[in-house]
Design a protein around this ligand. Structure first.
Ligand code: BG6
Length: 313
């Protein structure tokens, strides 16, 4: 619906949970739940959904929503003593009405700023004071941009360390038809093999069975090429050296109560992350991690798109 006015609207989502709906002038949109600071929808100007959310997703705190873009903080997966993927995805965030200014690169007018700060109870689980500011923005052309700014506000002079991921679930036509470019020849930790370190062989990443890998020191651009949909997702990331690739495949899918048995065929998680080297912040220091997602209508097969050009361009 081109010609609409860009808008940012707070309304009720599933089970009466608060969500913010962003719409740009060309009709692209995104939805963000305050529960989890969780992006659950990103649509093209043709209203086509680009993110996967399970039909069995339980929109009921404290269980994180299955799909979209959960935020993993301050711990990725089970790499530490906290709950799986940390607590940020199970907390209620607030709208940040007065965020510190962004550098001039943020030209988008369609955005929302959220903030997460610890409560007294949270302090018992992770004894640190922090301000986590998340900006979700729609860029020109419908790109989705997420910027996280995490500041150590400890008054006791203590630093803290954390790991982090934007756990993005992409909606895809058929997992067995996908190619991921940009990770070939890199080292990875295989979560299915006790995090043993391997080097990726071969040309591009394709999928024939479950995968749960943490690629290390990855380039800033990664492409997911969906032949059938004639679409390529391009991830651009900054401050996030690692990239997790996850698909549970059939057996794990069946064991997940909030995930349909066959849904693994239509999703892939590629997660921009900082895992291998945790981020350490001294009091007063701030870390920034940025993810920009574009969906390019094209097809590798049709010859319209050379993924290598996408990655270099
Ligand atoms: C991925 C992890 O990021 O998230 C997997 O690498 C994990 O090991 C998956 O199974 C889903 O995690 P959760 O906690 O959302 O079920």
């Amino acid at each position: 619906m081109a010609g609409e006015k860009p808008s940012v609207e707070l309304c009720k989502g599933v089970n009466g949970l608060d969500k913010v709906v962003l719409r740009d002038a060309r009709g692209s949109s995104a939805e963000v739940y305050l529960f989890g600071g969780h992006v659950t929808s990103w649509r093209t100007d043709h209203r086509e959904e680009l993110l996967f959310v399970s039909n069995k997703a339980i929109f009921k705190p404290p269980k994180a929503i299955r799909g979209g873009i959960p935020i993993c903080f301050p711990q990725f997966s089970s790499h530490g003593n906290l709950e799986q993927h940390g607590f940020a995805r199970n907390k209620f965030w607030s709208i940040d009405t007065d965020p510190p200014p962004f550098p001039s690169d943020s030209s988008s007018k369609t955005f929302v700023d959220l903030i997460l700060k610890p409560t007294d109870d949270d302090f018992k689980i992770w004894p640190h004071s922090y301000e986590f500011r998340l900006r979700v923005a729609l860029g020109l052309g419908g790109d989705l941009m997420l910027t996280s700014r995490i500041r150590n506000t400890n008054a006791d002079g203590k630093p803290f360390s954390f790991t982090f991921a934007y756990h993005t679930y992409f909606s895809v036509s058929d997992i067995s038809e996908l190619r991921v470019e940009g990770l070939e020849t890199l080292d990875y930790l295989d979560n299915l093999k006790e995090r043993e370190r391997f080097t990726e062989q071969g040309d591009a990443i394709t999928f024939e069975s479950g995968v749960d890998k943490i690629y290390l020191s990855t380039p800033t651009k990664i492409a997911i090429i969906d032949h059938e949909k004639k679409r390529t997702f391009v991830l651009r990331k900054d401050g996030l050296p690692d990239a997790v690739v996850w698909n549970p495949w059939d057996r794990k899918a069946k064991a997940m109560p909030d995930f349909g048995d066959d849904e693994y065929k239509h999703m892939l998680c590629v997660e921009a992350a900082a895992i291998e080297k945790p981020i350490t912040l001294k009091p007063g220091e701030e870390w920034k991690g940025r993810l920009e997602l574009s969906a390019v209508p094209s097809s590798y097969c049709s010859g319209q798109l050379d993924p290598r050009k996408v990655l270099q361009g």
